[in-house]
Structure formats: structure tokens, C-alpha cells
Write a protein that binds this ligand. Sequence first.
Ligand code: HEC
Ligand code: HEC
Ligand code: HEC
Ligand code: HEC
Ligand code: HEC
Length: 475
Amino acid sequence: MWGTILKGSLLFVAAMLLLSMTGCSAYATEATEFGELSSDDFTYESRCRQCHAIIYSDWEGTMHFNAYLDPFYLEEVKVASEDTDGLVDEFCSRCHTPIGVVSGEIPPIDGSEMSDIAKLGVQCDFCHVVSGSNGTGNAPFTVTPGNTKWGPFDDSRSAYHDSEYLELYTQSEYCGMCHLVIHPVNGLVIDDTYTSWQESQYAEDEVVCQDCHMTDGITEFEANPGRAGSGAPKREHISSHDIVGANAFIPPMFGASSVADMAVERLQRAATLEISTPEIASAGEEVMIEAAITNSGAGHNIPTGVSEIRQMWLEVVVTDSEGNEIYNAGTLDADGNIEEAKIIYNNVLGDSNGSATDSFWLADRVLEDNRIGPKETVTEEHTFTLPDNVAYPLTVETSLNYRSAPQYMIDHLMGEDTEVPVISMNKELAIIYDPSTPIDERGQPRSSESTSTPGFSVFIALAALSITMYIFKRK
Ligand code: HEC
Ligand code: HEC
Ligand code: HEC
Ligand code: HEC
Ligand code: HEC
């Protein structure tokens, strides 16, 4: 039953997508089907590395390199396959091991029939033999393996292979083949990275995925002059292949901690955080902390991708000067789970009973969507009543945090020794003073001027004293 609607709906969804697409009809082609090719048609990345060494080292260890071997994926696809009696096997694998699918080596989902090359995820001689696409979403690529490599240059020459220019490589629609996941049976959009970009100001301004993800600019295009291969001419721009998002969890498992560092840097450029607090507060008073979070650097929602699994949240901790905690929200408990966060920024999917599920293959509706759109600002408010006998001043520490998955989910899938790293995307600090402290127009205590003066006079006095002692000693 799932199976019969599956095929029909796939066609329906593909047709709808094609209709809704604009500007791509020029290279619209038939998607390559399951088993149409053989894995022997593809060339190992080690061959490409001989001339494209820098590009190779960029790509190595990234999530494209890991797309199939990623243990989080392998655990999830096992569950998905069991839940659907194997009906999602080809669907999931089409993006995570495209060579595995077009060569008919997967299913079976356990990988027992797979060649080594199919296990290398999204790789050179998959991406560069894409010769067209049937729109975006659910991987409608056409692949033509062989001597021709398609790419962004219209004047490229290599002794080893023929080169062919295809504009698609320079457009978001190339990435949108896979970075748009639609439920094959009910049409629910599971990963809307491409569409959230398409509806944003970035699309209007022609800032594409490659501008941010394939240049050092991170939030905008930055030219990177260099050579694309050995013996190649110098060009004004060649793109980086360390296509990194926010995943600092999986790459270190493959020894690629530098990829994780790049993900942290990207997360730290994605959002700004501003907090406002009262400058003074007295016991018994209700104190309100307002935090404004802006998606300032990402060309799509934050978080994006499998955002039903991702978690972004604000941690707020207020302490007095003796270190007593007065308020907290969003800190982790002993098991690594988030306690009392005001909002977890992600989306919650529901199954046909309306219950929340993170098994997106079982979902047919969106229950909640708290993600922050490109250039959007959201605010959250935290209030607490100030107890008696606090030691002033109070420190308000806030951190906007991100992690790839809830800890309980990873405990369940991978065992309790695997800790999901929490990344602070941005931090802000504020101080609340005793009401008797005079505050200046900048919100600083006036006494700070007078405290700096005594500090300085103490320094002068000490200096004078040591000079006197020095003179005294010499005598
Ligand atoms: C996810 C798909 C993907 C993978 C994997 C990938 N590439 Fe690319 N590659 C692209 C895209 C897209 C561009 C064009 C980017 C642009 O110009 O905006 C590109 C550009 C290139 C270029 C032109 C020079 C440049 O850097 O702009 C070369 C050469 C190249 N890739 C070789 C490789 C090799 C070798 C590998 C494997 C180590 C590889 N690519 C892996 C998608 C990919
Ligand atoms: C013998 C050296 C050599 C090998 C091996 C090699 N390339 Fe190239 N490749 C080059 C040179 C040189 C260029 C020209 C770069 C330029 O025009 O700036 C090039 C260009 C490219 C381009 C750009 C094409 C365009 O029109 O935009 C792509 C994509 C590419 N190679 C992919 C690959 C892939 C994938 C492999 C492995 C299957 C590979 N290359 C193996 C030397 C090589
Ligand atoms: C204006 C720059 C910009 C553009 C354009 C952009 N991104 Fe991003 N992307 C970011 C930043 C910054 C992050 C890190 C914050 C986050 O996770 O969203 C990111 C994260 C991601 C992630 C990881 C998300 C997660 O939480 O797992 C993916 C996947 C991604 N981008 C894909 C794309 C694709 C595909 C496109 C084009 C349709 C695109 N990006 C366009 C800046 C950009
Ligand atoms: C053949 C399908 C495919 C294509 C084409 C593709 N990707 Fe991906 N991409 C994937 C898969 C699958 C993963 C995730 C693997 C995982 O997490 O297990 C991924 C991961 C990523 C990540 C890392 C996400 C993170 O959380 O860190 C970024 C960023 C990204 N892709 C951007 C791009 C961009 C930009 C393009 C276009 C130049 C592109 N991708 C083209 C399939 C694809
Ligand atoms: C149309 C392409 C596509 C299909 C189909 C697809 N995925 Fe993915 N998957 C991706 C991309 C792209 C990412 C990376 C997005 C991000 O970083 O958030 C991803 C990420 C994931 C992740 C997160 C991995 C990590 O390390 O954080 C899991 C788990 C996953 N997919 C499982 C599945 C399962 C199970 C299925 C089938 C039910 C499936 N995917 C179908 C493209 C796809």
C-alpha cells in the first residue's frame, strides 16, 4: 500500500515541482533511475586527487564525504527501513549514496552489495558527472559518468578529461536537488533549505548557496584566486570544496576536527544576539530580560536541514556576586538534556495520530515551527522575581546555543558514551546593580568613576611608598 502510493506520489511531487520551477527548463532532463548504471562507470576520487589536490583535501572529511558512512545516518536509516518494511530504502539512499542507487547496489539497505566507491557518499565523480536535473527536491539528477566532467568554467582544458560548462553548477538549484526533501507519500516538506532560500531576500539579490558555502566569505561571496588543478591557468576565483554547514558532531569521528572548527565558525557568524535588562533592581521586584535574536548570516532558516532533529536555544543564567544562582533557563541537566528553555528553535513534526515524532518518515504534518527566517529577528522574554538578600551586582549571562541532535536521541541510537557537542553561537553579558547605585546615562554606575579614582590613587600611593622604601634602603 505504502509502495503503490509511493511511486505515484513521487511522480506527482516531481511534476508539481517541475511546474513550480522557473528558469531551469533550459537543462531539464530525465532523472537517472535506480540501477540504470554500474558503479564501475564512476572514477575513484583518488584519480581526481592527482591533479586536484587542494580540492580533494577541502572535500575530505566534510559531510558530503561522510554522507553515507555517517553513523547517525546509518542508525536512522536502519530504523526508517524497519518502520516502513524497506519502502524508504531507495528514497533515503538517493541523496546519501547516489552512486549506490543509480548502480542498483542499494537496496539491500544493510550495504552488503555495495561497492567501495558507492560508500564514498557525495563525491567528485558523482557531483561532476551530473549533466542535468529534473528540477529540485528528492534528488532528480541526471548523471552521465564517463570522460566528460561538467563544471562552472566554459574554457576549461585538461589532458585527462573533457570539460563541459553547465550553468546549473553556479546556481542554488544544483544544491536544491538534494537540499529539499519531500515526503514521497504525503508531500510533507521535511527539509526546506532550498525553498527557504528561494523565498528570501538572498534569492532576490542573487546570493546563491555557493557564495556562502564555497567561498571563505561565509555570509557572502569572497573571491579566492588560484589554480583549479595542476597545470591549470591562474583564475580570479576558484571555489572551495570544504562545503560546511553546522555539523561539528560527526566530522571529528572521521578525524576531521578542522571541518568541525569551520562549522563552529560558520555558526558563530549566523546570528546576532542583543539583550536588554534593567540597570537596577530591588528585592521583590519582577525583573525582565529581553533577548533579540537575528538570523543575520544564513541564507535560509536557522536551524535548517533536518531541523526537526537540530536544537537551537537561548541559555540564560543570572547569578549574584557571591555566585548564587538566581534564575536559569536552558542549561543542561546531568543527562545532557535541555532544562526549561523558553523556546527551542526548530520544527516539530507530527504523525497521523497528531503525536510529535522525530522519525520524519512517519510524519504527515508540522506541529510547530520556531525556526528563524533569513534576516528575521525574534525576541524572547525571561522574567523572575528578585529574592531578598542578594549580593549585588547581579550578572546576566546569555548564550545562543546549537547542537546537531538532542542528547537523549543519540543515547538511544548510538549508546550513552557519545556526547553531542553544544556550540555557543553568540554570547552576551549584562550587569544589574543595587538600586542605591547612581547610574549614568550610559547605564554604568556613577560610582565606577569614583572607584576607578581610588584604584588609581592606591596605585600612586603604593608607588610612592615603594620609592620611599627604595630610597630608605639605599641609605
Ligand atoms: C556536492 C557536489 C560537489 C562535490 C562533492 C565536488 N564538487 Fe567540485 N564543484 C561543485 C560545484 C557546484 C562547483 C562550482 C561552484 C561555483 O563555481 O559556484 C565545483 C567546482 C569544481 C571545479 C572548478 C574549479 C573550482 O573550484 O571552482 C573543479 C576542478 C572541481 N569542482 C573538482 C572537484 C573534485 C576533484 C572533487 C572531489 C575532491 C569535487 N569537485 C567535489 C560541486 C561539487
Ligand atoms: C591529469 C590531471 C587531472 C586529473 C586526473 C583530473 N583533472 Fe579535472 N581538470 C584538470 C585540469 C588541468 C583542469 C582545468 C582547470 C581550469 O580550467 O582551470 C580540470 C578541470 C576540471 C573541472 C572543471 C570543468 C569545467 O568546465 O568547469 C572539473 C569539474 C574537473 N576537472 C573534475 C575532475 C574530476 C571529477 C576528476 C576525477 C574523476 C578529475 N577532474 C581528474 C586536470 C585533471
Ligand atoms: C548568506 C549566506 C548563506 C547562504 C546564501 C546559504 N547558506 Fe547555508 N548556512 C549559512 C550559515 C551561516 C550556516 C550556519 C547556521 C545554520 O546552521 O543555519 C549555514 C548552514 C547550512 C546547513 C547546515 C544546517 C544545519 O543546521 O544542519 C546546510 C545544510 C546549508 N547551510 C545548506 C545551504 C544551501 C543548500 C543553500 C542554498 C539553497 C545555502 N545553505 C545558502 C550561510 C548561508
Ligand atoms: C547528491 C545530493 C547532494 C547535492 C547535489 C548537494 N548536497 Fe549537500 N549534502 C548532501 C547530504 C546527503 C548531506 C548530509 C550528509 C549527512 O549529514 O549525513 C549534505 C551535507 C551538506 C552540508 C553540511 C551540513 C551540516 O550540517 O554541516 C552543507 C553545508 C551542504 N551539504 C551544502 C551543499 C551545497 C552548498 C550544495 C551545492 C553546491 C550541495 N550541498 C549539494 C547531499 C547533497
Ligand atoms: C533529497 C535528499 C535526501 C533524502 C531523500 C534524504 N536525506 Fe537525509 N539528509 C539530506 C541532507 C541534504 C542532509 C543534511 C542536512 C543538514 O545538515 O541538516 C541530511 C541529513 C540527514 C541526517 C542527519 C545526519 C547528521 O549527521 O546530522 C539523517 C539522520 C538523515 N539525513 C537520515 C535520512 C533518512 C533516514 C532518510 C530517508 C527516510 C533521508 N535522510 C532521506 C538529504 C536527504
